[in-house]
Design a protein around this ligand. Structure first.
Ligand SMILES: *Cc1c(COP(=O)(O)O)cnc(C)c1O
Length: 449
């Protein structure tokens, strides 16, 4: 008897971020054969609306014709070439374009092949910069509570989501953690901006006391995505930039999830009017086609590494697939869409429709808050709306929402108790309406018992 795809998969494959035992019963494993726009389709024709852009990578829809054509054309010419000692036009064009559109001063581009690797690069570069500048004692990093920067050991160390981090604590470098400016934690009557200012005080104290040993502060600008889509006011970033300047500490902005229009501006840092010392980009960079990441930095950092080989001041970091031409071609096509189409303007309308689509949930007894930053909308589920008492994680309410939404043809994959929409920017008003309706039904189904 021929085995199903699911059976063949489960015989050999170990999936990411998954307790594989869940697939015995609670969680169906869903084979996907094709995609188009916001839709994913199984081999037998069942369709799912991808409301989370396949883990936040897809910006302009699955199998986007323009990006697909660019990758196909590149495939005719060159699939890959060693990126040390050699170069190619797609990477050059991409570096030109990224440095053109990025916040001011970010003129140098280092490529890697995934988000975590970009974080490793930024962390190593910052430390190494200070060493090259005669400050080898600057070895520490300040991170925010509830932040997420990836899963490799360095990236995990500078992140702060207990679920992913705690078990590996014995393997991780020690970091300094400051409170999150998360506006969900506002005191009664306090504005998001006041909350950001209040939470900045302990960060400032850390910088004042420990700048001598600190290389960089690392943050996810405006939205802590993996930490439950928690959002904060841009004032925090403005204050942080000023204080980092004053105390001689780098600022690393991890825009791996929030870059490329997600928060309403091309980069989230723009809303605070700041430029970081390092800008980490990945996920949407290729429109969700191929793995690629980039770390942008400025001349000052670049110059600190530029020297005679024998001094060993160079940045001798590499990945086999650095600057892969196919991935660069996908990224160039993605950025061309931003140039040629009024993406951010269209997204403002889509963002408003997203908000309207969940209006009926505003007073739901198990919804504590509906929050939004641009094309990210999150619905916080709680046991008790009045006290905001959260659900126990063991109840797996998020999994309940996931399953109920799948039954209704929508892929929603809550982080913790936050149900969120982070759809491709090609979603239509009718698809948003469907999404809102299904989210409401799925939340009702998952919270009723
Ligand atoms: C996803 C993510 C990463 C890690 O990227 P990977 O490509 O999954 O390694 C880092 N930082 C943030 C903010 C992310 O959302």
């Amino acid at each position: 008897m021929t085995k199903t795809l699911t059976e063949r998969d489960l015989a050999h494959i170990w999936h990411p971020c998954t307790q594989m035992k869940d697939h015995e019963r609670d969680m169906p494993l869903i084979p996907i054969a094709r995609g188009e726009g916001v839709w994913l389709e199984t081999p037998d024709g069942k369709r799912y609306l991808d409301a989370i852009s396949s883990w936040w990578v897809n910006l302009f829809g699955h199998c986007n014709p323009r990006i697909r054509a660019a990758v196909a054309a590149q495939l005719e010419r060159l699939e890959h070439v060693i990126f040390a000692g050699f170069t190619h036009e797609p990477a050059i064009t991409l570096a030109e374009e990224l440095t053109r559109i990025a916040p001011a001063g970010l003129t140098r581009c280092f490529f890697a092949d995934n988000g975590s690797a970009a974080i490793e690069v930024a962390v190593k570069m910052s430390f190494h910069y200070w060493r090259n500048r005669g400050k080898p004692e600057k070895t520490r990093f300040i991170t925010l509570a509830n932040s997420y920067h990836g899963e490799t050991l360095g990236a995990l160390a500078v992140g702060n989501v207990a679920l992913y981090k705690d078990i590996y604590a014995p393997l991780l470098m020690d970091v300094i953690t400051a409170p999150s400016p998360d506006a969900y934690e506002c005191a009664p009557g306090e504005s998001a901006e006041d909350c950001a200012r209040r939470q900045f005080a302990p960060m400032l104290a850390l910088l004042e006391q420990r700048a001598d040993e600190v290389a960089a502060v690392i943050v996810e600008p405006l939205v802590q995505c993996a930490g439950g889509m928690r959002m904060y006011h841009p004032t925090y970033l403005t204050l942080l930039r000023e204080a980092c300047n004053r105390h001689g500490v780098h600022l690393i902005a991890d825009e791996i999830a929030v870059g490329f229009g997600r928060t309403g501006t091309l980069f989230a840092c723009e809303q605070a009017g700041i430029s970081p010392d390092f800008l980490c980009l990945s996920k949407g960079l290729t429109g969700g086609f191929l793995p690629l990441s980039a770390v942008l930095t400025g001349e000052q950092v670049y110059d600190a590494f530029y020297d005679e080989y024998s001094k060993l001041n160079g940045f001798l970091h590499s990945h086999s697939y650095t600057g892969n031409p196919l991935a660069c071609a996908a990224a160039n096509a993605t950025l061309a869409i931003f140039r040629d189409e009024p993406v951010l303007e269209r997204n403002r309308t889509l963002a408003r429709l997203m908000r309207e689509s969940v209006a009926p949930l505003e007073d739901h007894p198990h919804v504590a808050q509906i929050r939004q930053t641009g094309m990210i909308l999150a619905i916080e589920l709680v046991r008790d709306r009045a006290t905001r008492e959260p659900y126990d994680f063991r109840e797996r309410r998020g999994l309940g929402v996931y399953r109920a939404a799948l039954e209704r043809g929508v892929l929603l994959r809550p982080v913790g108790n936050a149900v969120y929409f982070m759809p491709p920017y090609v979603i239509s008003p009718a698809e948003i309406a469907l999404l809102g309706r299904v989210a409401g039904e799925a939340i009702e189904a998952a919270t009723c018992a």
